[in-house]
Design a protein around this ligand. Structure first.
Ligand code: ARG
Length: 261
């Protein structure tokens, strides 16, 4: 009997331990503040939003995150991972926040908590043939997109498309267009603009918006303490001119979401 009890107690303790491991809690803003640093993950392959300049992360979102962290009184520890790993790792509490140009979608909002948007944009159609401009021009065409993106979701809705080729990185989706393996590439308007400016000889033309979206950071589902602080910091940089300066530096315009979005 005594032995049974000991075994039962041992099992109960082991079970409790296992449960604690499974429910590893997202860090609240208080935990992060005490630690002095917030862990933020991004991709680093989506210029001019997040990319590598040599071995250093740079871009609009890197600057926005640094400015917000400054308001929050914490330092950032950056992590760079493939796009499809970002929200998954957030759900496993491997980092506190993700900033990687994620559009706010209902589907994603089931799994993570979005902050307020830090810019508004949308997916545009880019092609070498200037006649391919709008959704209807994609009929019978082969289109490249980055895997796991809203570009893929929205191209899927265009029933007349012949084939969608997806690539782990947006830069590969672009390369497919440049080398003539696809007829069109769908990506963010500002990414397309920067890419066209940087490769004037590639013969790419920017067409219409396929859809528009609001872009936000994400924190673990229900981490309202952190989301609240990020929203406050975003509000502060939008109000004090910091955001405008960063936006002008990268885009020559202010890309914040305008009311009533
Ligand atoms: N805005 C698109 C989406 O929400 C694309 C984001 C791509 N971001 C990146 N870092 N490659 O899916």
């Amino acid at each position: 009997m005594k032995l049974l009890k000991t075994v039962a107690r041992g099992l109960a303790v082991a079970l409790a331990g296992a449960l604690m491991l499974c429910t590893a809690q997202a860090r609240s803003f208080d935990d992060i503040k005490k630690d002095g640093k917030i862990i933020i993950a991004t991709e680093g392959q989506f210029a001019p939003f997040n990319y590598f300049q040599g071995n250093k992360l740079a871009g609009f979102e890197v600057d926005v995150a640094e400015a917000m962290a400054q308001k929050m009184g914490v330092k950032i520890e950056w992590k760079a991972l493939s796009f499809d790993a970002l929200l998954t790792g957030l759900r496993q509490d491997r980092w506190d926040m993700v900033i990687a140009s994620h559009g706010i979608t209902e589907e994603r909002a089931k799994a993570v908590t979005f902050t307020e948007p830090h810019y508004c944009s949308g997916g545009v159609i880019i092609a070498k043939d200037p006649a391919i401009k709008g959704a209807k021009d994609l009929a019978g065409k082969v289109v490249s997109v980055q895997t796991g993106t809203t570009y893929l979701e929205n191209v899927k809705k265009v029933a007349s498309v012949k084939e969608i080729k997806n690539f782990p990185q947006d830069t590969d989706a672009r390369a497919a267009l440049v080398s003539g393996r696809v007829d069109a590439w769908v990506t963010d308007r500002f990414v397309a603009k920067a890419s066209l400016d940087a490769n004037p000889g590639a013969g790419m033309h920017m067409g219409d918006f396929l859809f528009v979206e609001r872009i936000a950071s994400a924190v673990a589902k229900g981490n309202t303490s952190l989301a609240g602080e990020v929203n406050k910091a975003l509000q502060a940089i939008l109000a004090d001119g910091t955001y405008a300066t960063i936006s002008k530096k990268w885009f020559n315009e202010d890309i914040r979401c305008k009311a009533p979005q």
